[in-house]
Design a protein around this ligand. Structure first.
Ligand code: SAM
Ligand code: SF4
Length: 352
């Protein structure tokens, strides 16, 4: 292990990341497990619950997504859920050991108005339950980021999904820079950032290395990094992609752990297709956050999710416990923040 692997850096070169990623797998896993233990010494896993507060009918054409109006996936568009219904789900989740509730909306961007106010209400009420709230609402303006922050939002999720160069093969209705711009808006507030990608979109190893490099060069690193394994949705252009071999997923997880040692690495979509021992390997490689559910699904019924009971049994088997909720102040590390300007954040990208 070089002395720079497993320290927080924001100037990674692609060749360095490639060298970490391409090591013999057991060497990579050993390094990642060592760094993971060093930075996350408690035997804890963050258990999150995802609620699709506005499902389907999205104008974006993300080639993987069941909710895009561009594809016939059998998901009927639904209106924004009532606040009381979402809060009741959060209460049930809390009783099951969940510490973070993630509210997902099939929107290209958040729009000011009644619906946005309704989401602010959800944030206030779920935060008042003592839970972390994360939202993923598409693109944000600076004013919207500010209002979300004032409502107490803990985290904003906005994934880069893949490398800059592969991105147009997957999504054409927005650009990589649109994505980076929203990340920059969030960084102007005390809201923490949740940003990661998807494996199995047909991307190359090089694309995975580039995505990891981009994420690791965001300063500060996203506090949460979701790694999704593509859920192959019939009717989408990516329905016929080959499943991601567990060995490749482990390589990405371990590399992410080494590049972003403080961050939570979340095994998100695709965990339901892994055996308990495969999941245990993911925890060893650096995963310390998962989605769990009471209805067997993540965002829609096309993305299965293990149940609270299954996960409680798995964690108990492995000697892990659900992590209690944190406050924003506990998570944000001021030393990592150079207070960059918006322009600097927009420029942050790959160092060739
Ligand atoms: N509309 C918002 C946006 O795209 O930012 C939020 C909702 S979106 C469904 C949240 C994330 O879920 C996406 O960024 C993508 O990374 C992930 N996702 C969606 N569909 C997926 C699938 N079929 N398989 C794996 N991950 C998926
Ligand atoms: Fe819309 Fe988000 Fe799905 Fe893309 S991933 S189609 S933006 S809901």
């Amino acid at each position: 292990m070089t002395n720079q692997v497993g320290t927080c850096r924001w100037d990674w070169q692609i060749a360095e990341v490639q060298a970490i990623y391409a090591q013999p797998l057991l060497d990579l896993l050993h390094q990642a497990a060592t760094v993971h233990r060093q930075y996350h010494p408690q035997p804890e896993i963050q258990v999150c619950k995802l609620v699709s507060i506005k499902t389907g009918g999205c104008p974006e054409d993300c080639g993987y997504c069941a909710q895009s109006a561009h594809y016939d996936t059998g998901i009927a568009p639904q209106p924004l859920m009532p606040v009381a219904e979402v809060v009741a789900i959060a209460q049930r989740a809390k009783a099951q050991g969940v510490s973070r509730v993630c509210l997902g909306a099939a929107w290209r961007e958040a729009r000011p108005g009644k619906q946005f106010d309704q989401v602010l209400d959800m944030i206030r009420q779920i935060t008042a339950l003592g839970l972390e709230v994360c939202c993923t609402l598409g693109m944000l303006t600076p004013e919207q980021a500010q209002r979300l922050s004032e409502a107490g939002l803990y985290a904003y999720n906005h994934n880069l999904d893949t490398s800059r160069r592969y991105y147009p093969q997957v999504i054409t209705t927005r650009s990589y820079d649109d994505r980076l711009n929203t990340l920059a808006q969030v960084r102007q507030t005390p809201i923490t950032l949740c940003c990661g990608g998807i494996l199995g979109l047909g991307e190359s190893h090089r694309d995975r290395v580039e995505l990891l490099t981009t994420l690791a060069n965001l300063r500060p690193h996203p506090e949460s990094v979701p790694i999704n394994l593509l859920s192959r949705v019939p009717g989408t252009p990516l329905a016929e992609q080959a499943p991601v071999p567990i060995w490749e997923a482990l390589r990405v997880i371990a590399t992410a752990r080494l590049l972003m040692p403080k961050s939570d690495i979340r095994l998100a979509a695709g965990r339901a297709q892994l055996s308990p021992s495969e999941q245990a390997l993911c925890f060893l490689a650096g995963v310390n956050s998962i989605f769990s559910s009471d209805d067997g699904q993540m965002l829609t019924r096309t993305t299965p999710c293990p149940s609270y009971q299954q996960d409680q049994a798995l964690l108990a088997q492995l000697g892990l416990t659900p992590r209690p909720p944190r406050s924003r102040g506990q998570t944000l590390t001021p030393g990592d923040r150079p207070s960059p300007s918006l322009e600097q954040l927009q420029r942050i990208d790959i160092n060739e």
